[in-house]
Unconditional design. Structure first.
Length: 104
């Protein structure tokens, strides 16, 4: 069993994050821009930290498809951080009824 990571944010919200690698695909809803095959670094009940090769602007809508079971959800980019190893990590907040807990 993997120990959860407790994370507190400046806005006072805290969420338990579980380090977990899940294969995922990122794309923009309604756009024909190519999809990016990627993976998560950690997950929480309503979101994930996803590795990506491109910079995403906060508040951007993104379509996330988890390849393990085909679960697809529209999400909001909460943040985008440059990684020391190259590329970026984005925090995605999944829309309403989608719960990553169903994947783990």
């Amino acid at each position: 069993m993997v120990a959860p990571i407790s994370s507190s944010r400046p806005d006072g919200r805290s969420a338990r994050r579980i380090p977990q690698i899940l294969l995922a695909e990122l794309s923009r809803p309604g756009e024909s821009v190519s999809k990016e095959l990627t993976f998560t670094e950690n997950v929480s009940l309503h979101g994930a930290r996803v590795v990506t090769v491109r910079r995403w602007l906060p508040e951007t809508r993104v379509l996330v498809t988890f390849l393990r079971n085909g679960l697809r959800s529209e999400a909001r980019v909460a943040y985008c951080q440059r990684k020391e190893t190259g590329g970026f990590a984005i925090g995605v907040e999944l829309s309403g009824a989608t719960h990553i807990g169903n994947l783990t």
